[in-house]
Design a protein around this ligand. Structure first.
Ligand code: PLP
Length: 378
């Protein structure tokens, strides 16, 4: 039996989300930009999905721009603002590459984080001036689960760079945090369906009124000229179903999955010495999302650990999936000041809405023994 502990990379589609897709692909496949009955029906599907996404994200339906996933939503936020307004983009050093790379590409400023993995607010203040057009700080980090001080970030940007807009990458947040509340003050907010039980390749960007945005994809004028291209109607409908279910069961899943994660992290730490849990002073995990157990093991390399875990049918990750395979330590851990050798021994076990006690039991039976074996070999 496979124990899937890589839910931050992607998670299984929710049955209700899958169910809504099939008839939209087989019968209700009209192009929503057309004029006939099937086109109008598809357009109504989009309207309903837009309303549901707006409700889940604390936005108005007209503020939702459907995209081809989280990377596109993040790129649209950064590049779209810089192309429309000019100026300099700013982001934190622990952003996903979908934010970091466009910020660097546009000659932006990257703000350091402190040892606890949160953006350093003094350095953020120092990085802001009248030239700054967009500031991007994620809601929760994909490798460590550390939640960022978004409200403080918004307050600082409003004071120091009043013409700048604030973007948050909430791709890792919807299952675990009240995105509507935490994101209430931001101008742009990205989500991605496959992180909360929708299909891959579909996402959304919330765009508040007054934000100037040049589209990345120019074409048929869809999404009120903010994103050209025929809509992925089935994917968008499924994303909306998944978002609605996710928000409805969030409180219950946070306590259930949080308890599983605590048992997992405590269990591994109890069984081994030389383990550092990121963003957890002592045993306080209140600053992290409920799903992520992120540990660094002294004296091993995570590649070898992942190999042993896979042999035991445990699917895990060293850092973000996009980065694994590269022999550079994660930029997130480097920014947090982790020693290079320790960063090479990192393991992310990420739980999801389908995770069970059996998954935790399997990891507890395997991870400590595998780490010990690798240390003996070294
Ligand atoms: N932002 C964060 C924080 C992520 O974790 C990811 C995916 O790993 C993305 C953006 C990219 O989203 P997508 O896979 O939908 O392109």
């Amino acid at each position: 039996m496979t124990h899937y502990l890589d839910n931050a990379a992607t998670t299984a589609i929710r049955p209700a989300a899958l169910e809504v897709m099939i008839p939209l692909l087989t019968d209700g496949y009209g192009n929503p930009s057309g004029a006939h009955r099937m086109a109008r029906a598809a357009n109504r599907v989009l309207d309903d999905a837009r309303e549901a996404m707006a409700a889940a994200l604390g936005a108005e339906p007209g503020q939702i721009v459907f995209t081809g996933g989280g990377t596109e939503a993040d790129n649209l936020a950064v590049t779209g603002v810089v192309e429309a307004m000019g100026g300099v983009p700013v982001c934190s050093a622990i952003e996903h590459h979908a934010v970091l790379d466009p910020v660097v590409h546009h000659g932006g400023r990257v703000v350091a984080v402190d040892g606890s993995g949160r953006v350093d607010l003094d350095r953020l203040t120092a990085a802001l001036d009248d030239r700054v057009s967009v500031v991007s700080v994620m809601m929760a980090n994909n490798e460590t689960g550390i939640v960022q001080p978004l409200r403080e970030v918004v307050a600082i940007v409003r004071e120091r760079a009043p013409r700048a807009v604030v973007h948050t990458d909430a791709v890792q947040a919807l299952c675990w945090l009240d995105v509507a509340e935490l994101g209430a003050g931001v101008d742009l907010l990205s989500v991605s369906a496959h992180k909360f039980g929708g299909p891959k390749g579909v996402g959304a960007l919330v765009v508040r009124p007054g934000v100037e945005l040049t589209p990345l994809l120019k074409g048929g004028g869809q999404e009120r000229d903010r994103r050209g291209g025929t809509h992925n109607v089935a994917g968008i409908a499924a994303m909306a179903v998944a978002a609605t279910e996710t928000v409805a069961e969030r409180a219950q899943q946070v306590s259930r999955v949080g308890a599983l994660r605590d048992r997992l992290a405590d269990g591994i730490r109890d069984r081994l010495d030389g383990v550092v849990e990121s963003g957890v002073p002592g045993s306080d995990r209140s600053g992290k999302t409920a799903n992520i157990c992120h540990l660094c093991f002294e004296g091993i390399e995570s590649e070898a650990l992942l190999f042993l875990l896979e042999k035991a049918d445990i699917m895990a990750s060293a850092a973000s999936s996009c980065a694994s395979g590269a022999m550079e330590p994660s930029h997130v851990l480097a920014a947090m000041g982790f020693d290079r050798a320790l960063a090479f021994g990192s393991l992310r076990l990420s739980l999801g809405y389908r995770s069970t006690e059996a998954d935790v039991d399997a990891a507890l039976a395997t991870v400590p023994a595998a780490v010990s074996r690798l240390r003996e070999r070294a």
